[in-house]
Write a protein that binds this ligand. Structure first.
Ligand code: PLP
Length: 236
């Protein structure tokens, strides 16, 4: 193994340790939390090292980039779309991703269902919720989320699996906690009131800066880029 492969492996191991600790605090096993390696800025080599070190799910934020990487790496990992989806990219997205984490409008629901039908696939869908009420961020307003879930439930080729959100970036991670709590509550309400199905189990919240807090608040899927691919100081 070369230095970079070792570095990525060590990063993954230390992220996994932190996941296990945070899971324990919330009374869960680390196996209840899926680690998604966010590979949007990384090279194919780095991606391969992460996969060799045990990564099973990758997150990409641009369809075009994901497509290039998919041709090289293939379906050995599960591909999640974590960036904003433009409807004119829905066909390619439906062809290569198993899961779209960023559905936030009725229009995207309609188009994705149609494209998934073309490939005779079922796509897992998470609704992206704008929990920080930041106008510059994507995501549907929390009050409109149930309506959108209803629309997903009615589509033959879409499977509602959960909710995704980003907390505002803050120095003090503790300040993200109330945002995650709101999303968890919405996630539970939908489960109880709407009966979205057996696959409703993905609460995608937490990035490098705040994933421990997110897990303590009930996250079942964390999206980590920097924490896995950063270069450690003291190494070349
Ligand atoms: C880039 C990105 C991440 C990963 O962020 P890090 O801080 O590098 O862990 C997670 N989620 C989304 C939606 C992203 O765009």
């Amino acid at each position: 193994m070369n230095d970079r492969a070792i570095e990525i492996k060590e990063n993954i191991e230390s992220v996994k340790k932190c996941i296990a600790k945070a899971a324990q605090k919330s009374g869960r096993k680390s196996s209840a939390i899926t680690l998604v390696a966010v590979t949007k800025y990384v090279t194919l080599d780095d991606m391969r090292y992460a996969i060799e070190a045990g990564i099973k799910v990758v997150g990409e934020n641009k369809v075009q980039d994901a497509k290039k990487k998919f041709f090289q790496i293939g379906p050995v990992v599960d591909w999640h779309m974590i960036g904003h989806l433009q409807t004119n990219k829905a066909r390619q997205a439906a062809a290569l991703f198993s899961t779209i984490q960023t559905v936030d409008s009725l229009k995207v629901v309609e188009v994705l269902d149609k494209e998934a039908m073309r490939f005779d696939r079922k796509l897992n869908v998470l609704i992206e919720v704008n929990i920080s009420h930041d106008e510059n961020k994507f995501g549907i307003h929390p009050d409109e989320t149930k309506q959108l879930i209803q629309a997903v439930c009615e589509k033959e080729h879409l499977v509602p699996v959960g909710l995704m959100a980003m907390a505002p970036y803050v120095e003090d991670k503790e300040l993200t906690r109330p945002f995650f709590r709101v999303l968890k509550q919405l996630f539970d309400e939908i489960k109880e009131e709407m009966n979205p199905g057996k696959k409703w189990n993905m609460l995608s919240m937490g990035m490098t800066n705040d994933y421990e807090v997110a897990i303590e608040e009930g996250s079942t899927l964390v999206r980590i880029g920097t924490g896995i691919f950063q270069k450690q100081s003291g190494r070349r």
